[in-house]
Design a protein around this ligand. Structure first.
Ligand SMILES: Nc1ncnc2c1ncn2[C@@H]1O[C@H](COP(=O)(O)OP(=O)(O)OP(=O)(O)O)[C@@H](O)[C@H]1O
Length: 586
């Protein structure tokens, strides 16, 4: 019922009607194929299951894994050993194989959580090799010869030995894994994975627990891929270490690169290409590598997103959600920073900063380039740890907490250089901001999530752009989207880092109106801005920094007259810009 909220019925039919048709085609093909075709078909299905697994790790979460064959091996060896040594039934070995892969997923996932791209690739490649070399050197796994004598699968007292029967078994496994991954793709976790893939710093800053989200990608991806292991062992009757080489990992990765990252139909296409193409080219054995290389080059040149790229879901945003985010219920001082300091080597970026923002106030921090404004924001939001000081948010000390915890405590932010999740839609970007309010991962989107998305988009005037990719928005709209994303978590305090940078006078006026409306909700707004006219016209109080130190604090009228501020930053004032009057009077 809940999942239906996300999609229109027609779109659902188009989106999901294809799968039953594909299964019917696979069943019909199963009747028509000879034993050779059925064996190739079963191998395609095994690679499709592996592809669905790596699709979670690489496709959704963007964690490059060059050793995914390790989970295939762990699944195959766990099931094989239990069947051969302990004479377990095939069906009982399945949960054991999946559990063993989950443990391995934690083992490889946990230490690599902080790594990205090339480092991660090297570590996962090493993990794949460690598993392969370990099984080659252990006696219990049969050493280089592998495990032999694995009994066939029995179902209803019947042994599944004929290629046609095994093909149907593999198809049933694929359908179950496909359904499980389809359910997973509808959870909030899948959106969090895509946000982490796009920009993990921004995701963390708006409330996504990125470490947990990445670890879940490893574990769930490993568990999914491991299902292929017992199936492969039962198909061959052996588990051979030469099936789990670096080349196997590369082939599994190619399934998603060819098919399309994050796309389940793409995984099927990728598996067909990876398994069937070498078979088709069997006649020209010596040129197989060449054909493969040419195909890859063509795909990279013509369809860099893969043959069947991921298409974002269109949200059906509920009507009547109201035109504004939830008002802030708290009153009094919402943010109190005291004695905040941070140095980088010999550079003191922020020294002994004190900052206070009450409900409904706009407080600005100004100062020349390099004065320490952004560093102060980063310390307050937990992005970098301060050397000293306290950060109290609505009565709770949040200093030293992870950014997603600070966001959950009610502090939202935007970035100096806009950090959106470009590949996601405008509505999906706002949805990610919702994690600050509700971090539950393994449940579908709720009505409250979609309500919040609609209200925040409406509030900043981007409702019409809800289904557009964020990467395609104009500059001013990107700024507004970042603010909408920050508002989706119903923050008590909103930090805006140079929101007017690059804006024209009309956009600046609209921004001033927007800030006024946000503070009218009771939110405390803290602003870093170089546009002095804007700052002076909307701020209740201004703090001026120079070389990390506070040189003045006070209402705008006082700051404009302060001789130290004039000397350090303001200079001789220009004629005031008559255009800069907020659209909404404060
Ligand atoms: N990660 C870092 N490593 C080393 N030095 C840093 C780092 N981040 C900031 N700094 C230094 O700290 C000082 C303050 O920088 P910060 O970016 O906070 O200033 P700012 O007031 O936000 O400047 P701008 O207005 O240009 O954005 C600068 O001297 C900068 O070079």
């Amino acid at each position: 019922m809940r999942a239906r909220v996300e999609l229109g019925r027609a779109e659902q039919v188009v989106r999901y009607g294809g799968w039953p048709s594909l299964v019917v085609v696979a069943l019909v093909a199963g009747q028509a194929m000879d034993d050779y075709g059925l064996t190739v078909g079963a191998t395609i299905l095994i690679y499709a299951i592996l592809g669905l697994g790596i699709n979670i790790v690489v496709g959704y979460a963007g964690l490059l894994d060059l050793g995914f064959a390790a989970f295939f091996a762990i699944g195959a060896y766990t099931a094989g050993l239990l069947m051969v040594e302990l004479e377990w039934n095939f069906w009982l070995t399945l949960p054991a194989a999946v559990a063993a892969a989950a443990v391995a997923g934690v083992v490889i996932g946990y230490p690599t959580l902080r790594l990205r791209s090339d480092y991660l690739a090297i570590v996962t490649l090493g993990f794949g090799e460690i598993i392969r070399i370990t099984v080659i050197n252990l006696e219990v796994t049969g050493g280089p010869n592998g495990l032999t004598g694995i009994p066939p699968v029995t179902l209803g007292g019947r042994e599944i030995v004929m290629p046609r029967d095994f093909y149907h078994l593999a198809l049933a496994f694929f359908v179950v894994v496909l359904a499980a991954t389809a359910l997973l793709a509808r959870t909030r976790l899948a959106y969090a994975w895509r946000a982490v893939r796009a920009d993990d710093t921004a995701a963390e800053a708006v409330g996504v627990p990125t470490r947990r989200v990445k670890l879940l990608a490893y574990v769930l991806g490993a568990m999914t891929g491991a299902v292929a292991g017992p199936l492969n062992a039962a198909q061959l009757g052996t588990v051979d270490p030469s099936s789990f080489t670096f080349l196997t990992s590369l082939m599994i990765l190619l399934v998603v690169i060819i098919g399309g990252m994050g796309s389940r139909p793409g995984v099927v296409i990728g598996a067909v290409v990876i398994v069937a193409l070498p078979e088709v080219l069997r006649e020209v054995q010596e040129y197989r590598g060449l054909f493969f290389a040419l195909l890859l080059i063509l795909i990279v040149l013509l369809r860099p997103q893969g043959v069947w790229p991921y298409r974002p879901r269109r949200f059906r945003l509920p009507a009547g959600a109201g035109p504004a985010p939830e008002p802030v219920s708290a009153t009094g001082t919402l943010l109190e920073v005291a004695g905040l300091s941070r140095s980088f080597g010999g550079v003191t970026a922020v020294a002994d900063l004190a900052l206070r923002a009450d409900a409904g106030q706009v407080v600005s921090v100004i100062g020349p380039n390099g004065a320490g404004k952004t560093t102060a924001f980063n310390c307050v939001t937990g992005l970098i740890p301060p050397s000293a000081g306290t950060v109290v948010l609505a009565g709770r000390d949040v200093r030293g907490r992870a950014p997603h915890r600070v966001a959950a405590a009610g502090l939202a932010r935007t970035f100096q250089s806009i950090r959106l999740f470009d590949e996601m839609t405008v509505a999906e970007n706002v949805l990610i901001g919702r994690f600050a309010r509700d971090r539950r991962l393994l449940r579908p989107l709720s009505r409250a999530d979609l309500d919040a998305v609609r209200r925040c988009l409406d509030f900043v005037g981007l409702l019409d752009a809800a289904d557009r990719p964020a990467g395609g928005l104009a500059y001013g709209d990107r700024r507004r989207l970042e603010i909408a994303r920050a508002l989706a978590g119903d923050p008590r305090v909103l930090l805006l880092d140079e929101p007017a940078a690059g804006a024209n006078p009309t956009e600046k006026r609209a921004l001033m109106g927007l800030i006024a409306r946000i503070s009218a909700l009771g939110t405390a707004v803290v602003l870093i801005e170089h546009d002095v006219a804007l700052v002076m016209s909307i701020s209740d109080r201004v703090t001026v920094l120079e070389h990390g130190r506070t040189i003045a604090v006070g209402p705008p009228a006082e700051i404009q007259e302060d001789q130290r501020v004039i000397a350090a930053y303001l200079g001789v004032p220009d004629d005031p810009d008559p255009d800069l009057v907020p659209e909404v009077p404060r």
